[in-house]
Design a protein around this ligand. Structure first.
Ligand SMILES: Nc1ncnc2c1ncn2[C@@H]1O[C@H](COP(=O)(O)OP(=O)(O)OP(=O)(O)O)[C@@H](O)[C@H]1O
Ligand SMILES: [Mg+2]
Length: 572
């Protein structure tokens, strides 16, 4: 698997442009437009602040009996009109601020939902052999917390683009008022950038990478400890498992500390730098402008600007640092979506089988990613209502064959004819939803009547049991059916397949957890259901219920053995 993970330095040299491109590339066109508009509204807010500072300057100038040097048609001439203009600007500022903040929150949540869906859909469409190579808890982490962090990083992108533009805007205004001040502001910004670029960036990127990889391991360790809790309690080795969690949690904590602390250093330096700058302004203004009349209005102008520019510069210093951590999340989402697309499975176009048949396989070959050939030139035909048993030693490829028929994975070569919409599959390990018995049977299917559900439950010898439960069909089964016995879980899985009323049932040791009596009962019911069944079973007397048995050996199916022959063979 090619992991696109640019190594620290060389990737970072091309970094900034490609980062922005990658970040934008992850957004659908509509959200790109929303991002641009959000940046515009944030810049608009800064522009409002600038106008507000100007308006206040005029109000105070007029109050002191002064006049503006240059008159334009739009400059207020009276204190009243200047005050009204100020009020209008304050109101506009409030509306833009509240509106754009609410929009930003919605934008982030939509992005999060989008990433979450694209990832889960992408994983679901990935080639099976690629999908199983991934760790489930890591996929869970990427789709939830990483996706959320990545979505939030767009807020930082917006704030940093808008913030930088507004600081530039203010700097231009200051050049107009006082070039020296603008130069000092420029110098402070430059110093902060140098501090970020040379002292922080690499450290932050390393801490972010460390945090993400530790979080992945941590999530895996917690999931495994909870999943294997029965064994953990039996072997009384909580110390080992909790030790693993403790060590990884410590690594997450230390990288989180670095990620939080470094940008704060930049923030504190920025804040204090700007305080010094404004102290300088007051002195400079006093020295330059002498008479107190001008001074008051100028101070108001600077006060309004500083109220905005001061937190903005410190926020920018903080945001640039945090972006470094956020970039790691974006890169993960980008990588995962990229993999989902590259390894997307392409379902084969299936032909319809000849009349009277539900499955026809000719010359089928299949191998996993590592190249080991599992099936070679395999052929098989199953008639409607026929029951075929598949045998073979462990690892001979029985489950792989059923996966191919079910459409879980796809063959390298060969022809397969079947109606995939009419296939149900009970895999070796059934997964139950932490939900009601009803929803486990329906499993996303449109509603079925209680009578239909109870018919299927009765076929797997669960009818009376479920009817006797106080909650009946609404009884919850617990996390992966933990509240049920192994055999009950398996029978629920079988009933789930039966509810679908298909023409071909694929059963992979689907009765392995049942006692003899239950297994015979279930198989007898299945045999009377007029449904074709392709099943893997280790039962020696399984052939009693089957029309023929076929053996899988060296990737091919050997000649079928009819039921009566098998009977004779097993009696020998
Ligand atoms: N995802 C995978 N990637 C690579 N190899 C795999 C994968 N899944 C299974 N295999 C290999 O394919 C071979 C066939 O596996 P399969 O699960 O089909 O065997 P099986 O006949 O069902 O065995 P069992 O009776 O033990 O269930 C095995 O050698 C196994 O190691
Ligand atoms: Mg198997």
């Amino acid at each position: 698997m090619t992991r696109y993970r640019p190594d620290a330095k060389d990737a970072r040299s091309a970094a900034d442009v490609s980062r922005w491109r990658m970040a934008l590339g992850l957004l659908p066109a509509r959200q790109r437009v929303a991002l641009a508009l959000l940046v515009a509204t944030r810049i608009g807010m800064g522009f409002c602040d600038l106008l507000l500072a100007g308006a206040m300057y005029v109000v105070f100038l007029l109050l002191q009996g002064g006049t503006l040097a240059a008159h334009r048609w739009w400059t207020p001439k009276t204190v009243l009109s200047a005050s009204c203009l100020t009020m209008v600007l304050v109101l506009a500022r409030i509306v833009i601020d509240i509106g754009s903040t609410a929009w930003m929150v919605r934008f982030t949540q939509n992005l999060y939902g989008g990433f979450l869906l694209r990832l889960t859909e992408g994983y679901g469409q990935m080639r099976w052999s690629q999908f199983v190579q991934r760790n489930r808890s890591e996929m869970l982490k990427h789709s939830t917390s990483t996706a959320l962090d990545a979505a939030f990083s767009y807020q930082m992108f917006i704030e940093s683009i808008a913030g930088s533009t507004v600081v530039c805007l203010f700097a231009f205004a200051l050049v107009y008022q006082s070039p020296k001040l603008a130069i000092s502001l420029g110098l402070i910004t430059l110093l902060l950038y140098a501090l970020h670029r040379f002292a922080m960036r690499d450290r932050l990127a390393a801490a972010a990478a460390q945090r993400e990889s530790s979080l992945r391991v941590l999530q895996r360790a917690v999931t495994e400890t909870l999943a294997a809790n029965k064994e953990v309690r039996t072997y009384r080795n909580q110390t080992f498992f909790h030790g693993r969690i403790h060590d990884e949690a410590a690594r997450v904590a230390s990288s989180n500390v670095r990620l939080a602390a470094l940008p704060q250093v930049a923030r504190v330096l920025a804040e204090q730098g700007v305080v010094m700058l404004f102290l300088g302004i007051v002195i400079a203004v006093e020295l330059q402008h002498g008479p107190m009349r001008q001074l008051l209005s100028l101070l108001v102008f600077y006060f309004v600007l500083s109220r905005r520019i001061l937190p903005m510069i410190s926020t920018l210093a903080l945001t640039f640092g945090q972006l470094e951590g956020a970039y790691e999340n974006l890169q993960i989402i980008h990588q995962e979506l990229h993999d989902c697309m590259v390894y997307r499975s392409v379902p084969a176009v299936l032909e319809t089988p000849a009349p009277g048949f539900v499955l026809e396989i000719e010359d089928l070959s299949f191998s996993y990613e590592d190249g080991t050939r599992i099936l070679r030139g395999l052929s098989l035909r199953v008639r409607a209502g026929e029951i075929v048993i598949l045998r073979g030693v462990s690892g001979s490829g029985k489950s792989s064959l059923l996966n191919l028929v079910a459409g879980v994975s796809h063959p390298d070569a060969g022809v397969m004819r079947l109606d995939r919409g009419s296939v149900a599959y009970v895999p070796q390990e059934i997964t139950l939803l932490d939900d009601s018995i009803r929803n486990n049977l329906l499993f996303g299917m449109a509603a079925a009547s209680d009578a239909e559900l109870f018919d299927c439950l009765a076929a797997v010898n669960l009818g009376e049991f479920v009817a006797s439960l106080p909650g009946g069909l609404e009884t919850r089964v617990g996390d992966n059916g933990v509240l049920f016995s192994g055999g009950q879980r398996q029978r629920l899985g079988l009933a789930r397949a039966m509810v679908r009323r298909v023409s071909l049932l694929l059963l992979d040791e689907a009765t392995s957890a049942l006692d003899d009596e239950n297994e015979r009962h279930v198989l007898r019911n299945l045999a009377s259901m007029q449904v074709a069944i392709l099943m893997v079973t280790h039962r020696t007397d399984g052939h009693q219920f089957a029309d023929r048995t076929q053996r899988l050996e060296d990737g091919v199916l050997l000649e079928p053995v009819a039921a009566f022959e098998e009977d004779a063979l097993s009696r020998r």
